[in-house]
Design a protein around this ligand. Structure first.
Ligand code: PLP
Length: 429
C-alpha cells in the first residue's frame, strides 16, 4: 500500500470525518519554505491560499524566536514578564490611540467569543447584527452568528438574538445600483428598529471589513462607516474581525478596517498573528475593558504566554523589516491587473475583486445571468493544483477562487498564477 493510501486509511480510522481534506486527490505535504510547499515526492507547489503562514512557511526568525523563548521560559500570564508587555506595546502602536487594551487567546474563535462577551457585558444586551455570508468561528457562540455556517450544510439557522443583514455585495447581492451602499445601510437601520421595537437594544455589529468566507466582498463605499454610526447611535458596539485580513495584507493599510475609514470599538486578531503558532488577540478601549473587569478573572491557560508573545512579536518585526505590507500593495496590484486582463479573454470570469494580497475571482455562466459556476471553480482549483498552484474556493456559492498567499509572494509568482489560470480556463471552456 502506498504511503498516501496508508495515511488516508489511518486518517479515516482515527480522525473525525468532520475534518475535510483539500482537493479531489489530497496532497501529502511534508515541508514548507517561504511561499512554497513540497509533497512527499518532492513536487513543489506555490501556496496561494495560506494566509496563516503570513511571513512565509518556516521563517527562520520565527523559529529562532520560538526556540529561544522555549529554552528560557513558558508560563501562563500570572507572573510579571516582559514578553507580553513588549508585544502589546508594539501591537497597539499599529492601532488608533483609543484601541490600547489587549487580551490574548489562542484562536480567532476565542477572540470573537470574548468580543461577544465584552459587548454583552458593556451593553447588557445580546442582540447581535451580522452580515449574510459571514464566518466568525467554530464555537457554539460563533456558529450562531455565522450565516456561512448556520445557513450552510448541517446548519439550523440563527437563534433569536442574531439578526442577519444582506451581504453588501454589489456584484450579485440584493442591491447593485449606484445607491447600493445606502440601501444596504437601510437594512441595518430596519434591523435596529426591529430590535428596539421589541424593547431590547443592540449589543453589537460584528463584521470583517472585507469579507473572506463571504467571497472577498468589498462593501460599497461608506456602508461600514454609516453602519458604524447607526450602531453607535443605538448604543451598540462595533466589532471588526481582522482574523483573515489584518497585519498588512491589504497593502494600502495595515488593518482591514482602515480601508473603510472606520474605527471599531473592538478588534479581533488571529491566524497570521503567529505565522501558524496558535495565538490570537482582542484589542479594545480602556473603558470597555474596565467595564468587563467586574471581578471575574479572565484566565486563559495558554493565551499570552511568553513563547506565543515572542513569536507574535517576531512576526510583527518581520512584516516591518521585510516591508511585507508594501509588497502586498505592489504584488497585489500587479496580480489584480493580470487577472483583469484574463477577464477580457474568459467570459466565465464574472468579477475580479479584492485588495492587496486578498483577491477573489468569481466564476459565472455569463456576465448577464451571473449563475454561479461552483463545480467549475472546484475543477479549476484541482487543475491548478496539477500545475503546482494551490488555491481554494469560497463565497456563499463556493464559486469564488480565493488568493491569499503568504505575504512574501513575488512578481514571478503573480505571473505564474495568471499564465496557468489562463491555460486552465482555456482548456475548460
Ligand atoms: C474571519 C474569521 N474569523 C474568525 C475565524 C476563526 O478563527 P479560528 O479558526 O482561528 O478559530 C476565522 C477562521 O477561518 C475567520 O476566517
Amino acid at each position: 500500500m502506498s504511503n498516501e493510501n496508508k495515511l488516508k486509511r489511518l486518517r479515516k480510522k482515527y480522525i473525525s470525518p468532520s475534518f475535510s481534506l483539500s482537493y479531489n486527490e489530497p496532497l501529502y505535504i511534508v515541508r514548507g519554505k517561504g511561499q512554497y510547499l513540497y509533497d512527499n515526492k518532492g513536487n513543489k507547489y506555490l501556496d496561494a491560499i495560506n494566509n496563516i503562514q503570513h511571513v512565509g512557511h518556516s521563517h527562520p526568525k520565527v523559529l529562532e524566536a520560538a526556540t529561544k523563548q522555549l529554552k528560557k521560559l513558558n508560563t501562563n500570564t500570572r507572573y510579571l514578564d516582559e514578553t507580553i508587555i513588549k508585544y502589546a506595546q508594539e501591537l497597539t502602536k499599529k492601532l488608533p490611540e483609543n484601541l490600547n487594551m489587549c487580551y490574548f487567546a489562542n484562536s480567532g474563535s476565542e477572540s470573537n467569543d470574548l468580543a461577544l462577551r465584552l459587548a454583552r457585558n458593556y451593553t447588557q444586551s445580546n442582540e447581535t447584527i451580522v452580515l449574510e455570508g459571514a464566518y466568525h468561528g467554530h464555537l457554539i457562540s460563533l456558529i450562531e452568528i455565522s450565516p456561512y455556517k448556520f445557513n450552510g450544510p448541517g446548519g439550523i439557522g440563527p437563534p433569536k438574538h442574531v439578526h442577519v443583514s444582506p451581504i453588501p455585495d454589489i456584484f450579485r447581492g440584493k442591491f447593485r445600483s449606484k445607491n447600493a451602499s445606502q440601501l444596504y445601510v437601510n437594512e441595518i437601520k430596519k434591523i435596529i428598529l426591529e430590535i428596539e421595537n421589541t424593547g431590547a437594544k443592540v449589543s453589537s455589529f460584528i463584521s470583517e471589513s472585507i469579507m473572506g468566507c463571504g467571497g472577498q466582498i468589498i462593501p460599497p463605499k461608506k456602508f461600514l462607516k454609516n453602519t458604524y454610526d447607526l450602531v453607535h447611535e443605538s448604543g451598540g458596539l462595533c466589532i471588526a474581525d481582522e482574523v483573515q485580513i489584518g497585519f498588512g495584507r491589504m497593502g494600502s493599510h495595515f488593518w482591514g478596517f482602515e480601508t473603510q475609514d472606520i474605527v471599531p470599538d473592538i478588534i479581533t486578531l488571529g491566524k497570521s498573528m503567529g505565522n501558524g503558532h496558535p495565538i490570537s488577540a482582542l484589542i479594545t478601549t480602556k473603558e470597555i475593558a474596565e467595564t468587563f473587569d467586574n471581578g471575574m478573572e479572565y484566565f486563559n491557560s495558554f493565551g499570552g504566554n511568553p513563547v506565543s508573545c515572542a513569536i507574535g512579536h517576531a512576526v510583527l518585526n518581520i512584516i516591518d523589516e521585510e516591508e511585507l505590507q508594501a509588497n502586498a500593495f505592489s504584488i497585489g496590484a500587479l496580480l489584480k491587473k493580470l487577472l483583469n486582463e484574463l477577464k477580457n479573454n474568459h467570459s466565465i470570469i464574472g468579477d475580479i475583486r479584492g485588495i492587496g494580497l486578498f483577491l477573489g475571482i468569481e466564476l459565472v455562466n455569463n456576465r448577464e445571468e451571473l449563475k454561479p459556476l461552483t463545480k467549475t471553480a472546484n475543477l479549476v482549483i484541482n487543475k491548478m493544483k496539477e500545475r503546482g498552484v494551490l488555491l481554494s474556493t469560497d463565497g456563499q456559492n463556493h464559486n469564488v477562487i480565493k488568493i491569499k498567499p503568504p505575504m512574501v509572494f513575488n512578481k514571478e509568482n503573480a505571473y505564474y498564477i495568471a499564465e496557468n489560470l489562463d491555460l486552465v480556463l482555456s482548456n475548460i471552456e
